[in-house]
Design a protein around this ligand. Structure first.
Ligand code: XIL
Length: 341
């Protein structure tokens, strides 16, 4: 009967997992209920899930997650209103009834307005449906480029707006729609990966600082934290410290620590050693995170068998980035969190 991670971390931050409805039944549901007090929908609150065709909303899977969370004393972190990925094509094309229906939007003021109307309708429907049952939302996800010189991701959103203004619009719309249903306390986050990379971090920092100076209602910064055994802890720490200077809320939103497993069919003799090394990494990472002022730390999957990294960049059956293994057993990573000595 091993300690519950949410209890171990209770004085520091909420401890979350990314899940989907198939995780709710036993035995994974028991693992979830024992160790976690927050959930994020791994996929089911993304645009393609909530609004697969324009004007048709589907909250069934998301509701299952939220209802399970509420029934088991967990909070819900929302992911995500605006992302370049997992968003249906209709969003970026002219609407039915328009002379160019189905063709890609351009960047005229009218076309930009179509995008903003859609964002308002989308966020408005979600705000109406969930109100303050979801305590925070990733309003925008992954808007910063990996190419530091480019600053912003060259997404369809960026192209249609010919710049990053859509980001501020998204925060203002989110605040308005949530306030309109009385959900004035719901916190609005900007979320990205690679915030440990100093150049990318600085671009994100400048964006958040500018938005705050302009009165844009951004409340928090989410560090996805898809990292590996080679990611220097110092870079993670200095990023959190830097954003703390802005007075924003912060969360680790999608943690996994890849051990660098190869694609299927390639030998991986280092496996056992890497799993031990990962235990040390988790130990040092959590010791650091517990010293910081964080709202939550979420691992991106309940256990290794459910990690998205198994299928990212090829099939990697031995990639094992999480604190629990395929058999739901505690790994060295788990013990690193529980017993930092
Ligand atoms: C991933 C999911 O885990 C996968 O199941 C899905 O196929 C693709 O998306 N950054 C994010 C998450 O913000 O939404 C992504 O989740 C992982 C990277």
């Amino acid at each position: 009967n091993i300690p519950s991670l949410k209890d171990v971390l209770a004085d520091d931050f909420r401890f979350g997992a990314a899940i989907d409805p198939r995780d709710l039944a036993a035995p994974t549901g028991d693992l979830l209920n024992k160790h976690f007090n927050q959930v994020t929908a791994e996929n089911h609150m993304k645009v393609e899930a909530i609004q697969p065709t324009e004007g048709t909303f589907n909250f069934d899977a998301a509701d299952e997650l939220v209802e399970h969370a509420e029934a088991n004393g967990m909070e819900v972190y929302g992911h995500t209103f605006l992302w370049h990925s997992q968003t249906p094509d209709w969003w970026f094309t002219y609407p039915a009834g328009h002379p160019q229906a189905g063709e890609p939007l351009g960047s005229s003021a009218e076309d930009q307005q179509i995008m903003l109307d859609r964002l308002e309708a989308h966020i408005g429907a979600i705000a109406e449906h969930y109100g303050d049952r979801i305590w925070a939302w990733d309003v925008v996800n992954e808007v910063i480029s990996d190419n530091a010189a480019e600053v912003y991701r060259d997404s369809r959103w960026f192209q249609i707006f010919e710049g990053p203004e859509y980001i501020s619009h998204a925060f203002r719309i989110a605040r308005e729609e949530l306030d309109a249903v009385g959900a004035t306390d719901v916190e609005l986050f900007i979320n990205d990966y690679g915030t440990d990379n100093p150049a990318k971090r600085d671009n994100l920092y400048n964006l958040v600082a500018d938005m705050l100076a302009d009165g844009v209602p951004v409340d928090g910064v989410g560090h996805q934290t898809h990292i590996s055994l080679n990611t220097p802890l110092d870079n993670i720490e200095s990023s959190i410290d830097k954003f703390a200077g802005l007075g924003v809320l912060q969360a680790v939103t999608e943690l996994d620590v890849a051990i660098g497993a190869p694609v299927e069919g390639v030998e991986f003799p280092e496996y056992e050693a890497r799993i031990v090394q990962q235990g040390h990494y988790y130990r040092d990472l959590f010791a650091m995170l517990r010293e910081k002022d964080l709202e939550s730390v979420t691992v991106w999957g309940l256990h290794d068998g459910r990690s998205w990294l198994r299928g990212f960049n090829g099939t990697r059956p031995l990639e094992s980035p999480l604190p629990f293994d395929d058999d739901l057993q505690a790994k060295w990573a788990y013990w690193g969190i529980v017993d930092p000595t």
